[in-house]
Design a protein around this ligand. Structure first.
Ligand SMILES: [Zn+2]
Ligand SMILES: [Zn+2]
Length: 327
């Protein structure tokens, strides 16, 4: 099969021909139709996340069809999604309390397990997610992480009416649609001068869009930070009303600069969101077509994965980047 392989962090992915992977017990073989490109892929490729499996196939928003034996949950030919959460132990205190996203032994797709920048992958059938039929393959891909993590982050923001979104990329472009559907008001903070990003946010129903360096147009009840920039934490706290929550949605962030306690005072909360549970997946995949969420995608061929990552790194992707993988 064709695959894009990470040999070492800090180097571009290498196009390779590899043997098809063979499923082990409770695993299924998936023929990949498309795979979303996530900022987390970039953190792995750029070496900001420690100890990836090497060599590695990144990508954890995998849309494909079951090939051969569908195991106990699926039939051959059925479409599934393979998300970031690839395996959990099932017995630790987190797993047993509905918090498998925090499992100490968890393994993640496209990080400790080979992922979707390839024609085929193997996945634990218990962690595969059936996808809503309404979405073509490439449009479905960003639901698997950008959508899922965004959904979980929005839940952590509580019932905030005035919601700030810091970084308007793949995740925010989905979250804003859920937020609007729930009757919330959204404010988009982009890189200073990113007029394209601000225009995109306004098209999707933002009340306001502007640079993250300027003041917020009004007080926020909660903020979700998608951009991996630690300085946004004190900025978002400054913009948030008493009792409000600032949610850090990314897996990696630059150091958070020190800030006066006054910014946190007033029962403000700063928290992170880590990974996803299978339950998040079921809930969100049921919700997406109901709203309905529309994903805006930039499509790349598998061999152009490095180009897609470069555009993401430069903040130039409108919506989500997705690799189309026709085998
Ligand atoms: Zn566990
Ligand atoms: Zn992701």
């Amino acid at each position: 099969m064709r695959a894009m392989v990470l040999d070492e962090p800090g180097r571009p992915l290498r196009a390779a021909q590899l043997p098809d992977p063979e499923p082990g017990p409770s695993q299924v073989l998936v023929r990949i139709e498309g795979c979303g490109v996530c900022r987390t892929d970039l953190h792995v490729v750029d070496g900001e996340l420690a100890h990836p499996k090497l060599p590695l196939i990144v990508g954890h928003q995998v849309v494909g069809t079951i090939e051969g034996d569908g195991g106990s949950r699926f039939e051959a030919g059925e479409r599934v999604g393979v998300p970031w959460l690839g395996w959990t132990c099932g017995v630790c205190r987190y797993c047993r309390s509905g918090r498998e996203n925090l499992c100490d032994e968890a393994r993640f797709t496209g990080y400790q397990l080979d992922g979707g920048y390839a024609e085929r992958t193997i996945a634990d059938e218990r962690f595969c997610i059936p996808l809503p039929l309404e979405y073509p393959d490439v449009q479905a891909a960003p639901l698997l992480c950008a959508g899922l993590i965004g959904y979980r982050s929005l839940r952590m923001a509580g019932d905030a009416e005035r919601l700030g979104l810091y970084g308007f990329g793949a995740s925010a472009h989905i979250v804003i649609q859920i937020a609007r559907h729930q009757g919330r008001r959204a404010y988009a903070f982009t890189r200073p001068g990113d007029e394209a990003g601000q225009g995109f946010a306004l098209e999707l129903g933002a009340e306001w869009a502007g640079g993250s360096d300027g003041p917020a147009p009004e007080e926020l009840d909660a903020a979700i930070i998608f951009a991996p920039a630690g300085e946004l934490v004190p900025q978002a706290l400054r913009a948030t009303a008493k009792g409000g929550t600032v949610v850090c949605a990314g897996i990696h962030m630059s150091d958070i600069p020190s800030f006066p306690y006054e910014l946190l005072w007033g029962e403000r909360v700063v928290r992170s969101v880590a990974n996803l549970t299978r339950r998040d997946g079921e809930e969100f995949m049921a919700l997406a077509p109901e709203i309905p969420i529309r994903t805006e995608v930039e499509v790349y061929e598998l061999e152009h994965a490095n180009e897609a990552l470069d555009r993401l790194r430069a903040g130039r992707v409108r919506g989500a980047a997705v690799l189309r993988i026709a085998s």
